[in-house]
Unconditional design. Structure first.
Length: 125
């Protein structure tokens, strides 16, 4: 039996990701306790971000849900975990804003627990 196809791969540009994050943020009170949204919200989010499409296929409900569950939400949870850790700095412009060897060591230790923060050593999200 051949392996099941997961469907076409979504190509996301930064404008689509930004629009999706802003859309989900505006609808954050509709999320359940587990941080997921109902199916119809993913559908409306896909329609909302369609104007930002520059390449690839238009995003479907499943593509939007996957982007949220497998990517954006994981980054958010790791940033929150890092931000709430005593002695760790975070701002949305400079990210962790690592300066000096002590900050470097603290950040490197935190990346072991929160691997999604690695790209935000000197830049925000």
């Amino acid at each position: 039996m051949p392996p099941k196809s997961s469907g076409p791969k979504a190509l996301w540009n930064p404008a689509e990701v930004d629009a999706l994050i802003k859309y989900l943020h505006c609808h954050r009170f509709e999320a359940g306790d587990n941080g997921n949204f109902k199916s119809n919200l993913y559908t409306s989010a896909a329609a909302h971000i369609s104007e930002f499409l520059t390449e690839g296929l238009p995003k479907t409900r499943d593509m939007v849900k996957n982007k949220w569950v497998s990517h954006i939400r994981r980054i958010y949870h790791d940033i929150e975990g890092y931000r709430l850790k005593s002695g760790c700095h975070w701002d949305n412009t400079c990210g962790a804003g690592v300066q000096g060897t002590f900050d470097e060591q603290v950040f490197d230790d935190c990346v072991k627990t929160f691997p999604q923060i690695r790209p935000f050593k000197q830049s925000g999200w």
